[in-house]
Structure formats: C-alpha cells, structure tokens
Design a protein around this ligand. Structure first.
Ligand code: FAD
Ligand code: ZN
Length: 467
C-alpha cells in the first residue's frame, strides 16, 4: 500500500491526497448511520487526475468510493470500516466549463455544488431547475450518480431528464468523452443513462452537460390546509386542470412532520394552524404574472368551496415564498436533530397513496403504540418520505435495532402490493441493497449484475453498494 500511496502522492501533489489525520468528514455519512475508515482521500483537480487515480487503483486492486457532497442518505458515499477503501472526492472539480445560450445548456464539473450550478444559470438569465434541500452542499456529480429528484420534478423531471451528456472515467481509468449537448442522438446503447443513477458503481462522473430553461417570470407559492390526503389529491387534480404546465411544485407534510419542526426549529414561522395535511404548491407562469395570480386565487377559492381545502396562505412576496419552502425543506433537518429514524423513500401511483398511508398508519399504530410517522414529500410525483420515529420515551438506536426490520417489511410489502418502488429518489447504497435483492424482478437483477461485471470486472467501484 505504501507504494500505491506514494504513486498517488506523486501524481496528485500535497493538496490532492489526504492520508492519516482527521478524515472523519469523508468517513461518516450525513445521517451518522455509517462510520467508516478510509485508506486515504484522493482529491483530484482534473479529469486526467481522476483517470490517473483509477488507473493506479486498477493496477493495485484498491477499491474506490466516489464522493461528492456526502449528503447521500443510503450509505453509498462513505467507505466501509476496513481501512482498505480509497475515498475519491470530486470536491476540487468545481468549474462551470461553459454555458451555451442558444443551445440552452450548461457544462460543469462533477464537484460543482448544486446551488452554484443554479447561480451560474441564473447569472446567464436562465434556470437550472434541479432543486433539493441539500443543494448548498450536494454536487452535480452526486445528483447524477443518484438520479436526484427534489422539488421541481413535476415540471422539469429528475436529474436524468435534465442531462444531455456526461464525461466519465471508467474502472480501468479510461476517459469517455460524452459531453455532447445533443437533444437527439440514436447511435446505439445509451451509455449516459447507464451511468446516471449507478451510484458510483460503474464509473466516475467528472463533468456533465445539463439542460437549462427560461426563467419563469412569476413564481407563486401557497400553503393549503387539508383535512385528509384524499383532499390533497383532489387539490392536485384541480391544480393540474386549471394550471396545466404552470404547476411546478406540489409537496405535502403531515401534522407530525410540522409538529416536529415546531419542536426542533421553533424559530420557523408556521403560517397555518396544525392541519392533518399541509400542501405547499407552486405555480411558475412564464407568460404573465397577473394570469398566474388569477389562476392561483381562483383555484384556491374553488378548492375551499368544495371543502378540499380548509385554509390557505398565498405568499405575498419572494421572501414569504422562500419561508414556505424553508419550512418544507427543514423537515429532514429537524429529523436529523431528533436522532435516527427509519426512513422510507417510496413511490406509488398518486391514486394509491391515500390508501397506502391509511393502511400503514393503522398497522404501525397497532404494532407499536406511540410510534410517530413523519410523512412528507413530493405528492405530485407520487413520492413520499414515510419516516418512522421512535415513541417519545424510546431511544432511537434501541428502536432501530428492535424494530427496523419488521417495520421495513410492513412498509415495503404494502408498497410492493401496490406496484410501487422502495427507492424513489435516494437510491440503494448500502441501506437497501438486501431489500433490492429480495424485491427487484430477478431478470432485472441479473441484467444489472451483468452490466456491473462488464464495466467493473474487478469489483473496485463502490463495492458492496447497489448490486
Ligand atoms: P454523495 O452523497 O457524495 O454521493 C451519493 C452517491 O453518488 C454515492 O453512491 C457516491 O459514491 C456517488 N457519487 C457521488 N459523486 C459521484 C461522481 N462524481 N461519480 C460517480 N459517483 C458519484 N435527494 C433527492 O433525490 N431529492 C431530495 O429532495 C433530497 N433531499 C435531501 C435533503 C437533505 C437535507 C439531504 C441531506 C439529502 C437529500 N437528498 C435528496 C439526498 C442527496 O442530497 C442526494 O442524493 C444528492 O444527489 C447526493 O449528492 P452528493 O454530491 O452529496 O453525493
Ligand atoms: Zn425528497
């Protein structure tokens, strides 16, 4: 290993390799669920340096864990505790390489923080719509490696749909130059789509060309209180009918989720009373601000008349709109502050969601009285974060040890029965690998394993994750 590390040091220089010392920021995951021990942390500054690192790893058979902002929620971005895995951090590769105004595209390096990509697009008068609560730290490479979703998927799609081209370094250290800004390209298998969502198991993404959009002229945000999820689904239908493509966000939060935020983050204002469900909806109308406002107010009025909405608050300015979003995006932070919980990132047909939640809430309350379900997410995409927290008096760690397996089985059985997915946007990583193996279609699993063997025959790229 000393020979390997010496070769890495020579290629990457002092700033490019961290050995020994406090590496905990790279070794522990965001949720503090997985504590690892890295052989070292490589911090290449260019694609050629990434290629050199992977060539050396290939030669010396060293397993590699690619890492971006380390905000992943499934234990995919940190090393195991063997002390044998090299963390490959893309954090020094943060250049926006180009913006093509006529092609509506932007090319940036994998280590670019998502908020910086958004800002670069905004500075050019355009919109990069990918948006999620971790955007101040997560990276473009991590977003693509996990096919991140977030709050604008309804209108603009997830990371996959926003990507036009990739630059990738293979397990053997070859560079694939796939950064075309083409919107049409039928020249064989789609390698780009193979790497998107592969969670660092097939190659290291070093740069990407992404789609940009015109900035919406007006963005309107509201909170609406609903007595049930059925009412929230009815509001979604009405909003779609009235606003069409202008609907860009439709999030829900249950009473327990907002009560947790009130407990953990009391400084955040909560404009509506404690409704069973609070919907955050957003319209972005590119045509005219007045039109957007008229549509918005009309549909909320109708919803109140019909009884599907009990109360609503429309943001009067950008600052208020931001505060509404901040409330929604603070739920994962409040949960992290309250300690470990059992997370489920599930998706279902929207029509099946109220039934699923009613069945599960009842089953869990019967299983363990006092159990708390922190339920929130992207209802417009059929994606819920159905998170389960220990009853007040029970320590989180003990709760997980005693009940995680049984609760996961209940939740995932109910999801599977309705044709849903056990991972809508966070990926598989280490957390759900066994669950995936047990539940994914066997032919699909065999094809995934064949792809893994073909692209990474020595199993050096993020081993033990995903497949
Ligand atoms: P990391 O955590 O560093 O890595 C994630 C995975 O990608 C790992 O398997 C890693 O090995 C791999 N990887 C990273 N970079 C590369 C690369 N360049 N090449 C190859 N593989 C790579 N996710 C959503 O989808 N929607 C949400 O709404 C959302 N909200 C979140 C809110 C909070 C508060 C937090 C903490 C997380 C949230 N996430 C969400 C999860 C997470 O932010 C996303 O998965 C994000 O895309 C990860 O980016 P990252 O740069 O932090 O990647
Ligand atoms: Zn989410």
């Amino acid at each position: 290993m000393t020979e390997f590390l010496a070769a890495l040091r020579e290629r990457l220089g002092e700033a490019g390799l961290l050995v020994g010392g406090d590496l905990s920021a790279y070794e522990n995951d965001w949720r503090k669920r997985y504590a690892g021990k890295a052989l070292a942390v490589a911090r290449p500054a260019s694609t050629d340096e990434v290629a050199a690192v992977l060539k050396l790893c290939h030669e010396h058979r060293v397993p590699v864990v690619p890492q971006g902002g380390n905000t992943g929620l499934v234990g995919g971005s940190t090393p195991d505790d063997s002390g044998r895995q090299l963390v490959l951090s893309l954090s020094r590769m943060k250049r926006v390489r180009a913006i093509d105004l006529a092609n509506l595209s932007l090319t940036a390096e994998a280590g670019c923080v998502l908020a910086d990509v958004q800002a670069a697009a905004a500075n050019a008068g355009l919109l990069f719509p990918l948006s999620l609560a971790a955007e101040g730290s997560c990276t473009l490479g991590g977003n693509l490696a996990t096919n991140a979703g977030g709050t604008q998927v309804l209108r603009y799609g997830n990371a996959r749909e926003l990507c036009l081209g990739l630059e990738v370094v293979t397990a053997a250290g070859e560079i694939w130059h796939g950064l075309s800004g083409l919107r049409k390209d039928n020249t064989g298998y789609d390698l780009r789509d193979l790497f998107i969502g592969s969670e660092g198991t097939l190659g290291v993404i070093t740069a990407a060309t992404m789609k940009l959009y015109p900035q919406p002229r007006e963005r309107l945000t509201a909170l609406a209180a609903c007595a049930s999820l059925d009412d929230a689904v009815a509001l979604l239908g009405l909003t779609r009918e009235r606003a069409g493509d202008a609907l860009t966000g439709f999030e829900v939060m249950n009473r327990a989720a907002l009560a947790l935020v009130a407990r953990e983050l009391p400084q955040l204002a909560q404009p509506l009373g404690a409704a069973a469900w609070t919907v955050l909806l957003e319209l972005s109308d590119a045509e005219s601000a007045e039109h957007a406002r008229t549509v918005f107010e009309g549909l909320l009025e109708t919803a109140i008349e019909r009884g599907s909405v009990q109360d609503a608050a429309v943001a009067q300015n950008l600052q208020q709109a931001k505060a509404f979003w901040h409330l929604r995006e603070s739920i994962p932070l409040a949960q992290a502050q309250a300690g470990l919980n059992i997370k489920h990132d599930i998706s279902l047909p929207v029509s099946a969601i109220p039934g699923f939640v009613a069945e599960m809430d009842a089953a869990l309350a019967a299983y363990l009285p006092g159990i708390e379900v922190i339920d929130f997410g992207h209802l417009g995409d059929g994606n819920l974060h159905y998170n389960v927290q220990a009853p007040g008096a029970v320590a989180p760690a003990a709760f997980l040890a005693a009940h995680e397996e049984a609760i996961n089985a209940k939740v995932y059985d109910a999801v599977q029965k309705r044709g849903g997915s056990i991972s809508a946007e966070h990926g598989i990583g280490r957390l759900k690998r066994e669950e995936l193996a047990a539940r994914k279609d066997p032919t699909a699993l065999a094809l995934m394993r064949a792809i893994k063997r073909a692209l990474d025959p020595l199993d050096l790229l993020n081993p033990g994750r995903l497949v």
